[in-house]
Design a protein around this ligand. Structure first.
Ligand SMILES: Cc1cc2nc3c(=O)[nH]c(=O)nc-3n(C[C@H](O)[C@H](O)[C@H](O)COP(=O)(O)O)c2cc1C
Length: 399
C-alpha cells in the first residue's frame, strides 16, 4: 500500500496525486491542518517507551499507518530550496520506526529497523533543484532500509519556477563577504532538544571558550524555547555575524529550525554573514553533505553572505556519557572557537579538516562492528533501564 501525506492540502488535487503514482492502491491523508508537533529529541521512543512517541498529537495515527505502508509519498511545498517545515517535521517524527541500536547496512552505520523497510518518494512544488530532492529521498529512505521512489515536481518546469522565484529574493546573489573584525557573535542553537539536554549546547559552550580567550563577546539563543525566537530574530537582523549551531535531523535541518528560518524576512538593513556549526550522531563526513549543500545556498536568500559550515559527527553519545567523557568529546571545539575568533568564519582549510573521514575504510568499519557496536548497544539497554524502561528496545507496540 502507498501512503501519501499531503502537507499542502487543497492546493494539490487528489486526482492529480493518484495520476502521478504508479501504484493504484493509495491512501491520501491531508496533514496540512493536523496537530503535529516537532520532534523534540527526547529519545523516549527509543529508551523509555520503545516505539511509542512521548508527544500525544495527530502523529500517532500516522505512525500506525506508516507501519502498514510499503511506500510513503510526501507532498510538500518548498522554502529556501528545500522542504517546508510542515513536511520535514513528519519525517523528524519517524524515529519510533527505528531502534536506538546501531548496525552497518550497505556499508553505512544505521539504526536498526523496528518494523520493515519503507520506500520514500516526494511530490513537491516550488523552485528547488531536482537533484537535491532526489538525494534527500535516497538518503532518507536508506535510513529506513528502503529505496527512493523519486522526486516529482508538481507544476511548471524547474527553469520557469527558478526564473520567477529568484527575482523575488532581492539580495540573492548580491551579498558580499564581511571584512570587518569580529567583535561579537550571535549564536543560535537550532536544536529542538531543551537546552539542558542538548548536545549542541555543550558543543557551543566548548566553542565559545575559544572566543572568550580572544575577547570576542557572544550571545546565545535557543530555538527549543519559543519565547527566545523574537530575540533570536532581532539579534540575527541587527548584528553582522551569526552562527547557527544545530544537529543533523533526518539528513538535513530540523523541522523546528526550518520553521524559524521561514519567519525571517528576506531583506535586512545591514550586511550580515551567516555561518553554521553542524554536528550529528553519525561519524562520517558524507552523512552531512546534503545538509551542507542546503546551507551553502541559504544565507544569500536571507540577505547574507556565507561564512562556511563546520561539520563534525559523533555527537550522539554526549548526552548519555559521564560528564568527564562528555567534556572530552566537546574539547576539540575550543580550537575551532579560536579559529573562528581569528578568521570570523569557517572558510579556512582547518575548518574543513575538522570533519575527519568522509567514509571509513572497510577494515575500520569491520573493526567498529566487531569491537564496539555490541558494547555501545548494550550501553543503550543499560541506559534505558536507568530511565525505567520495562520493554525490550526492539519492542513493536503497534504490530
Ligand atoms: C529526529 C532526529 C533525527 C536525527 N537524524 C540524524 C541523522 O539523519 N543523521 C545523524 O547523524 N544524526 C541524526 N540524529 C542524531 C542527532 O543529530 C544527535 O543526537 C545530536 O547530537 C543531537 O544534538 P542535540 O542534543 O543538540 O539535539 C537525529 C536525532 C533526532 C532526534
Amino acid at each position: 500500500m502507498d501512503l501519501v501525506l499531503n502537507t499542502i492540502g487543497a492546493s494539490v488535487d487528489n486526482d492529480m496525486i493518484c495520476a502521478l503514482l504508479p501504484n493504484k492502491e493509495v491512501e491520501i491523508i491531508d496533514t496540512s491542518n493536523m496537530k503535529i508537533a516537532h520532534c523534540m529529541g527526547c529519545n523516549q521512543c527509543w529508551l523509555k517507551t520503545p516505539g511509542i512517541c512521548a508527544i500525544k498529537d495527530d502523529y500517532e495515527d500516522i505512525l500506525k499507518k506508516l507501519i502498514q505502508a510499503e511506500n510513503l509519498w510526501l507532498v510538500s511545498d518548498t522554502h529556501f530550496g528545500f522542504l517546508s517545515h510542515k513536511c520535514k517535521r513528519l519525517m523528524d517524527r519517524i524515529m519510533p520506526m527505528l531502534n536506538m541500536t546501531l548496525g552497518f547496512r550497505d556499508g553505512w552505520m544505521r539504526h536498526d529497523l523496528r518494523y520493515h523497510a519503507l520506500n520514500i518518494g516526494l511530490l513537491y512544488k516550488g523552485a528547488v533543484e531536482q537533484s537535491m530532492m532526489e538525494d534527500w529521498c535516497k538518503r532518507t529512505a536508506a535510513n529506513i532500509g528502503g529505496q527512493s521512489l523519486g522526486a516529482i515536481a508538481l507544476s511548471d518546469t524547474f527553469e520557469q519556477l527558478r526564473n520567477s522565484q529568484l527575482s523575488t529574493f532581492p539580495l540573492l546573489r548580491g551579498a558580499g563577504g564581511i571584512n570587518s573584525q569580529l567583535t561579537h557573535l550571535v549564536i543560535i542553537n537550532g536544536s529542538p532538544r531543551v537546552e539542558k539536554f542538548s548536545n549542541t549546547d555543550k558543543i557551543v559552550h566548548s566553542f565559545v571558550k575559544g572566543l572568550d580567550e580572544a575577547g570576542i563577546t557572544w550571545e546565545l539563543h535557543n530555538l527549543s524555547n519559543h519565547n527566545e525566537w523574537d530575540a533570536a530574530r532581532e539579534a540575527f537582523l541587527t548584528h553582522e555575524r551569526t552562527l547557527i549551531a544545530f544537529p543533523l535531523y533526518v539528513e538535513c535541518v530540523p523541522g523546528l529550525m526550518l520553521e524559524f528560518l521561514e519567519t525571517l524576512p528576506a531583506e535586512r538593513k545591514q550586511q550580515g554573514e551567516l555561518s553554521f556549526l553542524l554536528h550529528g550522531g553519525m561519524d562520517e563526513g558524507n552523512e552531512y553533505r546534503l545538509c551542507e549543500r542546503f546551507l551553502k545556498g541559504l544565507p544569500a536568500q536571507l540577505g547574507c553572505s556565507y561564512g562556511g559550515t563546520l561539520i563534525h559527527g559523533g555527537s550522539f553519545l554526549i548526552r548519555t556519557s559521564k560528564p568527564e567523557m562528555a567534556a572530552k568529546m566537546v574539547a576539540p571545539y575550543v580550537k575551532m572557537g579560536r579559529l573562528f575568533a581569528q578568521k570570523g568564519n569557517f572558510l579556512a582549510p582547518e575548518a574543513a579538516k575538522f570533519t575527519g573521514a568522509e567514509q571509513y575504510p572497510w577494515l575500520i568499519r569491520k573493526l567498529i562492528s566487531l569491537a564496539f557496536l555490541a558494547k555501545i548497544n548494550k550501553g543503550f539497554e543499560q541506559f534505558a533501564q536507568g530511565w525505567g524502561c520495562t520493554r525490550p528496545l526492539n519492542d513493536k507496540p503497534y504490530s
